[in-house]
Write a protein that binds this ligand. Structure first.
Ligand code: ATP
Ligand code: MG
Length: 268
């Protein structure tokens, strides 16, 4: 039974779509998993542009709006990932439960279902939250985003859901940014990945090639690879101890994440 994972944040532009695409591509290509990637940012969908699907036929909007459209009709295969993109021209509201119901029809065929969500605090975000088994908050290391991430966490907790971890994106490694410790302490959730700001992300988007393929050896792609490894229950490869004596905080957090995902694989 496929595990449904959403990347969420109430702040726009933090990297949800970029990271959803990268995580899906990494799980499919490096770990040989069957992955479905869904655009649940219904009012401003752009996942297709990241995955090189320019003018899709059927989309998530068709699946949610018409009872006659089978989910499989909206699946477009790209980079070894099954993608359900959105349609920019559609504007209609959907019952927040609909996505979960549609996913239930096909989740048996997948190992992972990754949902790229909307930054708006509305039924779009609720739809992703209701459909997911695990939620990850994406944040950038600055105070305005951190305050939004605190609010995101509060809303998720109020809905009775757990948060599996925070992915900190666009790290510059400068003292002017908020530290991992500060992010963790303010939101009270472990940071499971620290992804550096990388100019190649813009280039990869321009060419519509997700980062794990465009720049496989970048810190961005290696960190996504380590996160993906913990989701599939594999220990991450570490440098020999004399180079790397102390585990970084995010590595320790991923180890905990790996164990919790590993347990849940056996539960299903
Ligand atoms: N690690 C990174 N380094 C450099 N640029 C990045 C990085 N991650 C994302 N970006 C850039 O940030 C911009 C926003 O990314 P993206 O569209 O993935 O954010 P989002 O959270 O999905 O936005 P929205 O909430 O509007 O859907 C894009 O131009 C993307 O190329
Ligand atoms: Mg997005």
């Amino acid at each position: 039974m496929g595990r449904v994972i959403s990347l969420v944040s109430l702040k726009g532009g933090v990297g949800k779509t970029t990271l959803s695409a990268a995580l899906a591509v990494e799980l499919a290509n490096r770990f040989d998993k069957k992955v479905l990637l869904i655009d649940a940012n219904y009012s401003a969908p752009n996942l297709g542009l990241h995955m090189d699907i320019i003018s899709p036929g059927k989309t998530v909007h068709d699946v949610l709006s018409s009872a006659g459209t089978r989910v499989s009709a909206a699946v477009h295969e790209k980079y070894n990932v099954d993608v359900i993109p959105g349609n920019f021209m559609f504007n209609k509201e959907y019952s927040p439960l609909k996505l979960k119901q549609k996913i239930a029809q096909i989740r048996r065929g997948y190992d992972f279902i990754i949902i790229d969500s909307s930054p708006s605090l509305n039924e779009e975000l609720t739809s992703a939250m209701l459909a997911s088994d695990s939620l990850f908050i994406v944040s950038t290391p600055d105070y305005p985003t951190l305050s939004c991430s605190m609010k995101t966490a509060k809303i998720i907790r109020q809905s009775g859901r757990d948060i599996s971890g925070i992915i900190v994106n666009r790290v510059l490694g400068r003292s002017s940014q908020v530290s991992l410790e500060e992010v963790q302490e303010s939101i009270n959730i472990p940071v499971v990945a620290m992804i550096k700001d990388d100019r190649r992300v813009a280039k990869s988007l321009y060419q519509r090639v997700p980062m794990p393929i465009y720049a496989k050896r970048s810190q961005f792609s290696r960190e996504i690879g380590k996160l993906a490894a913990s989701l599939v229950g594999l220990k991450e490869k570490r440098k020999p101890w004399f180079w790397n004596r102390d585990m970084r905080k995010e590595e320790v957090n991923r180890e905990v994440l790996r164990e919790s995902f590993y347990r849940s694989i056996f539960k299903n």
